[in-house]
Design a protein around this ligand. Structure first.
Ligand SMILES: Nc1ncnc2c1ncn2[C@@H]1O[C@H](COP(=O)(O)OP(=O)(O)OP(=O)(O)O)[C@@H](O)[C@H]1O
Ligand SMILES: [Mg+2]
Length: 429
């Protein structure tokens, strides 16, 4: 399917690549390491035709989109991409909080031993032994906090003396078929998967501040076909979820409501869309171009807003329902951070403040040396977050702290990986 020539290894040791596989487009960001920070040196996007609500439904369209986005980023960065951290989303994503406990080796005086990095790995391993159905794949096991002899609130208890170590972790899982299909697409595009990262976890890396994570914040990434949610409180992730609705539903409402083609509705939304009537800045009529069968028409901006606002309210209401069901709403005292392309509709932040009755802000990627094209762009938050996640993973591996990383044995051994993907892919289709 793909004839791209690659040059393994050349110039790639010092780059981290993020590949955000979105419903409307694939975005690739190439960043170069500069000590413990990153500078973005290339980015590429390509319309994606192979996904529906965040899930791959067409292999060829997805592979083509990956190749086009990677090649555009490669040209800009003047390097070759061999591997990438890649996003996964879709309403098959599930999460659960779990606990693990181990006895720490007893020293001669009977008061316990110093907790080692190895103990941390062991206790996290026990916390992840929740039984999931065979068709689920564990994406992330993220430590929240640790208890030493019932003393709570340790973020990193290495060196603390104790007899008993407990860990609270947040586990995110995906439908195995959906995860393996993404791996198959990457394989077809000649990209080695570094890790599959839940979309909201990636976006969180680039848009949230430490203070917000501590106080309690809900990150809501509204893309074209999914709304991805991550809740942080007391510095740790507490809940994650995906709702299969996004900006594409706003576009379709405009197409149906104003009886115009889908692409005209998308352009109308991008140029004149507004999510809250009180944020309208202009009341001049908007001309809707006709065609052979239909003359030009004009429509008032508040009519366009009256189609968009109820759909955005519904999207926010669904997020509130999810947060209440997960018992998280009361924890988000710092409010809401909106990101993703659909958050760029003017008035979306103001509307969120009204509907959530909480402070809200737009989440733009931060903390990276950025090209101007991607700086300040909420629709690049996930791809930028992916490279930050990648840097963090690589640094933690160097320090011997692989606690956030999913088990990747199947990825690393090339022959196994290909065999696994073939087998699962045969099962799916
Ligand atoms: N300036 C803008 N104003 C309004 N909507 C916008 C703007 N820019 C992008 N969008 C909308 O944002 C959506 C695309 O956002 P994004 O690129 O974050 O989605 P995606 O990652 O492709 O999809 P998903 O994350 O749902 O799989 C589209 O519905 C698009 O119309
Ligand atoms: Mg997205």
């Amino acid at each position: 399917m793909n004839n791209r020539k690659r040059n393994p290894g050349e110039g790639e040791q010092d780059v981290v690549v993020g590949l955000d596989l979105g419903t409307s487009r694939t975005t690739v960001v190439i960043a170069e390491r500069d000590g413990h920070s990153l500078n973005v040196i290339g980015q590429g996007t390509s319309p994606s035709t192979g996904l529906k609500n965040g899930v791959v439904v067409n292999i060829e369209g997805t592979v083509e989109s990956i190749i086009n986005a990677v090649e555009a980023a490669e040209r800009m960065a003047n390097t070759t991409v061999n591997s990438a951290y890649t996003t996964i989303s879709g309403d098959h994503i599930r999460s659960v909080n779990s606990k693990g406990m181990i006895a720490v080796g007893r020293s001669g005086n009977g008061i316990g031993s110093k907790i080692s990095r190895e103990d941390i790995h062991r206790v996290i391993d026990t916390a992840r032994t929740v039984t999931f159905p065979a068709d689920r794949e564990v994406l992330h096991v993220v430590p929240q906090d640790f208890l030493v002899d019932n003393r709570m609130g340790f973020k990193d208890p290495v060196g603390i003396v104790g007899l008993r170590l407990e860990a609270n972790v947040h586990i995110i899982t995906a439908a195995q078929a959906a995860a393996q299909t993404i791996l198959f697409c990457l394989q077809e595009a000649n990209i080695q998967p570094e890790d599959l990262v839940f979309q909201a976890l990636a976006a969180s890396q680039s848009v949230l501040t430490e203070d917000e994570r501590e106080l309690g914040i809900a990150l809501i990434d509204i893309g074209a076909g999914t709304m991805d949610i991550a809740v942080y409180h007391e510095g740790a992730i507490r809940h994650t979820a995906v709702i299969g609705l996004g900006g594409e539903s706003v576009t379709r409402d405009l197409a149906h409501g104003l009886r115009i083609p889908r692409n005209d509705a998308e352009n109308l939304k991008l140029e004149f869309g507004c999510a809250l009537a009180s944020c309208l800045e202009n009341d001049s009529p908007i001309v809707l171009n006709g065609n052979e069968e239909r003359p030009d028409r004009s429509v008032a901006p508040d009519i366009v807003c009256s189609v968009i606002q109820p759909r955005m309210e519904e999207i926010y209401d669904l997020a509130i329902k999810e947060l209440r069901q997960a018992d998280c709403f009361a924890k988000i005292t710092a409010g809401i951070v909106l990101t993703g392309g659909a958050s760029m509709i003017p008035g979306s932040v103001e509307l969120a403040e009204e509907v959530f009755t909480l402070p809200a802000r737009l989440g733009k990627p931060r903390g990276l040396g950025c090209l101007t094209e991607v700086a300040n762009a909420p629709d690049h938050a996930t791809a930028i977050g992916l490279v930050k996640y990648g840097l963090m993973q690589q640094d933690s591996e160097i320090r011997g702290m692989r606690v956030l990383r999913r088990r990747r044995r199947g990825y690393r051994s090339k022959n196994n990986r290909i065999e696994n993907i073939k087998r699962w892919f045969t099962d799916i289709f």
